[in-house]
Design a protein around this ligand. Structure first.
Ligand code: AMP
Ligand code: MG
Length: 421
């Protein structure tokens, strides 16, 4: 049996970033760039106005009260090639190119129209309210670097330089194989001793939440060595195989032997953790095999803790692990030292640290404890009973981190003074 840290190190080490593929910008967000992208264009292409107002010469508006003759108007999208003469101004709009000779823009709010003239009420510094050519992106500047995760602003930047496609790391394809003689499909009524195959659904959802393509979900396989072997061989065309069940020490637990039989190099079996102790992991060629335990909580926790960072690494990400934070335990947890325990908690409040309230049941069969917003409080292996008021790390699977960030923003805006509604 190995420790959680050792198991994680082995998993992350075995996962390698996949090759590159070219995708259109519409599919680029969230992907990891596989190439540097340098701009062949300057953005903005020419000096333009940051405001609605008047393009002027700086020396004409160095003191308040300047009176300039309005000689024209440049709506956005049109350009004026004649130079602006001294003592004159031209009406200009946000984004319009500043005409030659002009170097400064006076905002409408800092002026008073007077027939064919405009009076500039305040003094302006040279270059005020002008966006310079190449101020955002110079010709030749690198706008995206290999290894960088592409976000919405990067997509906008790429679009602004006319780059409609980019090379990114390929996303891993996942296959899911549910083993168990007791399992039935969702549309079958379970008979005595039978349970619905919920793991395939939960894992497929987790794969989707990770932003990966829909997994290949294989049919349920009974606890027969030959059948498991055949199905594992089929699943092996994926980049990552997630099997559930049949990895413990029961008479019908054939997954380990079947993995060995198809030539998977298994790096470990059994991790000093709860839930998920019987986890096994191996690799054949570049395909990773996670033999997840069958208990629904164990399967999902092992996915979050081990498969998630492996999948992230394959997709090229640098930040691999689940978001985590600190929380104060809200009630004691009885336990013995020996295993790292992922205690299912729900988090209450945000300031200064959230309180982690343990779910009523920590059984690995009780999946409701991992429901929306749940966190996994990490009880260190060497610790016995945990006391209320102690601080621990909490992993936050799924979109929980995003939800917290939003609630912090909402709380801040509600608290802002002068807010009457
Ligand atoms: P195993 O790891 O095969 O010993 O299974 C442990 C427990 O998980 C048993 O109670 C199984 O019925 C349950 N289980 C195994 N596979 C699934 C599955 N795909 N969906 C729901 N429960 C499962
Ligand atoms: Mg079983």
């Amino acid at each position: 049996m190995i420790s959680v840290a050792e198991a994680l190190r082995i998993v992350v080490d075995a996962a390698r970033p996949l090759g590159a593929e070219r995708v259109g910008l519409v599919d680029a967000c969230g992907r990891v760039a596989a190439e540097d992208v340098a701009s062949t264009r300057a953005v903005p292409a020419a000096a333009n106005s940051a405001m609605d107002g008047y393009a002027v010469r700086a020396e004409d508006v160095a003191a308040p009260g300047a009176r300039l003759r309005i000689v024209g108007s440049i709506p956005a999208g049109s350009v004026q090639s004649e130079p602006l003469a001294r003592g004159t101004a031209v009406k200009i709009f946000t984004g319009s190119v500043v005409p030659p000779g002009a170097d400064t823009v006076v905002r409408v709010e800092d002026s008073e129209a007077a027939g064919e003239h405009v009076v500039v009420t305040i003094a302006h510094a040279h270059g005020a309210n002008v966006r310079l050519a190449g101020e955002d992106i110079a010709v030749g500047a690198t706008v995206v670097r290999a290894g960088q995760e592409i976000g919405p602003a990067d997509v906008g930047v790429l679009a602004s330089i006319g780059c409609a496609a980019i090379a990114v790391r390929r996303l891993p394809r996942v296959a899911i194989l549910s083993t168990g003689a007791e399992l039935v499909e969702i549309d079958e009524a379970p008979g005595p001793g039978q349970v619905v195959n919920s793991n395939a659904w939960a894992l497929a959802a987790a794969v989707g939440e990770a932003g990966l393509p829909a997994p290949l979900v294989l049919p349920i396989v009974r606890d027969r060595f030959e059948d498991i072997r055949t199905r594992l061989e089929e699943a092996a065309e994926a980049d990552v195989v997630l099997s559930t069940g049949g990895v413990s020490v029961g008479d019908f637990d054939f997954v380990k032997e079947a993995l060995d039989a198809i030539g998977v190099e298994r790096f470990f079996w059994r991790v000093a953790q709860k839930p998920g102790k019987p986890l096994t992991f191996g690799r054949r060629d570049s395909t990773l095999f996670f033999g997840l335990p069958g208990n629904p909580v164990s399967a999902l926790v092992c996915f979050a803790v081990y498969a998630w960072p492996a999948l992230r690494r394959m997709a090229g990400h640098a930040r691999l692990h689940l978001p985590s934070g600190r929380a104060v335990l809200g009630a004691p947890v009885r336990r013995k030292p020996g295993l790292t325990e992922f205690v299912r908690v729900h988090l209450d409040g945000a300031l200064p640290l959230p309180t982690a309230v343990p779910f009523r049941s920590q059984s690995s069969g009780v999946l409701t404890g991992l429901g929306s917003g749940a966190g996994l409080l990490v009880a260190p292996a060497e610790r016995g009973a945990l006391e209320a008021g102690e601080e621990f790390d909490v992993l936050r699977p799924g979109p929980f981190a995003a939800a917290t960030a939003v609630s912090v923003l909402v709380a801040a805006s509600v608290a802002s003074p002068g807010d009457s509604c």
